[in-house]
Design a protein around this ligand. Structure first.
Ligand SMILES: [Cu+2]
Length: 122
């Protein structure tokens, strides 16, 4: 490798390190990505992993509702209930929600007995 190529490679590495540091800086409100449909599935993920436990606090829910026969609702402790989308809406909804300690259940209100999952906030 020539000296010039080595210099360019080193500069690129430094630039990538700076971009990486900027991207990894905490932005405050974590994003949770939810989907329902197009099949009979409903999911809620954080950084690509299904949500099982979360720390209490504010979260940005980005819900992708992919079917007119499904929707995305969330029930929680102390009577908490939120309908992120409603049938027959199809599209994306973003909402910031403050989660408190307790058990939560997200589900499709049209198929609640089969399309649901739980997570715990500590
Ligand atoms: Cu459904």
């Amino acid at each position: 490798m020539s000296r010039a190529i080595l210099a360019v490679t080193a500069a690129t590495a430094v630039a990538l390190a700076i971009v990486g540091a900027a991207l990894s800086r905490p932005t405050g409100t974590p994003t949770l990505s939810g989907t329902d449909g197009p099949g009979f599935t409903i999911t809620l993920k954080h950084s690509g992993t299904l949500v099982k436990t979360l720390k209490a606090g504010s979260y940005k829910f980005v819900i992708s509702d992919k079917s007119a026969i499904h929707a995305f609702s969330l029930d929680g402790p102390h009577g908490f209930a939120k309908d992120f989308t409603k049938i027959p809406f199809v599209g994306k909804k973003t909402l910031v929600v403050t989660l408190k300690a307790g058990k939560y259940k997200y589900y499709c209100p049209n198929h609640e007995s089969t399309m649901f999952a739980h997570f715990t906030v500590k």
